[in-house]
Ligand binder design. Sequence first.
Ligand SMILES: C[S@@+](CC[C@H](N)C(=O)[O-])C[C@H]1O[C@@H](n2cnc3c(N)ncnc32)[C@H](O)[C@@H]1O
Length: 282
Amino acid sequence: MDKTQLLHEKVKKLLYNLTGITLSDNKDVMISNRLYKLQRDTKFVGNLDELLDKIEEGDYVNEFINSFTTNKTHFFREEFHFEDLKNRVIPEFLAKNGSSSPFKLYCSASSTGEEPYSMAMTIKEAQEELNQTINAKIIATDIDTNVLQYAANGVYRYAKSSKEFPSWIKPPKYFKKRVVENFGNQEILIKVKDELKNMITFQKMNLNDASYPFDANQFDVIFCRNVLIYFSAADQNAILKKLFKYLKIGGTLYIGHSENPHDLINYVQKAGQNTFVKLKEI
Ligand SMILES: C[S@@+](CC[C@H](N)C(=O)[O-])C[C@H]1O[C@@H](n2cnc3c(N)ncnc32)[C@H](O)[C@@H]1O
């Protein structure tokens, strides 16, 4: 192995130990780019090998993790999940529990916030359609501290976001618009209104932890989408089994378009595309 390969192996081992993320063998360019960016961001004086030693010792850990996560997301990604939430899950919940019971949702890899804000908008729309109050609380977690801060801030570029809203969402209901000058160009920013923000608690959490800071059977709905793909099959299965403990029987789990439920398949009923209702405990 040459020096670069040894360095990349060190990155992969460190990243796996800290996050559970498995980088495949064809990621050399990506690893090099992100390592140099990390060096710039940390202003570390020393070579990359020494920087990795420091991270191993516990310095720059957040910076390292934040550099190697992939945060791609957008509002209403895989829109059919939000339609299922509005048209099946919420009416069934209200019929069974009434308006005053808390409706608890968990977004387990919330990235820059578009996913939990889409959940919140969906709940607001359902509330209006059904003319019933929904006492909803959303917990949104991610391992990346930069994206958590971005999400809590709740400001997005409109050009990117505007294409992302389904026809049943009118963005002015949920965002304040602001035009800013950016190097001579006008840019439209949209800021999430407080009524959505107040429905969500953002917190840092590592899905690779042995257990999660929730109560058994706490959630009516869990979104775990487009994050399992970064883990090995065995680790995906382990994460899903952990998450499953926190989902109520009758609760709904949504996973991403290229993800599968592994061992949970014997304990769930399929309710739609990558949509599973919990039937019994494992
Ligand atoms: C591609 S984004 C998916 C965002 C969103 N769920 C969606 O479907 O649009 C993956 C997110 O998973 C987060 N992530 C990666 N490893 C994690 C871990 N071990 N624990 C918690 N979050 C993790 C990343 O920081 C990133 O924000």
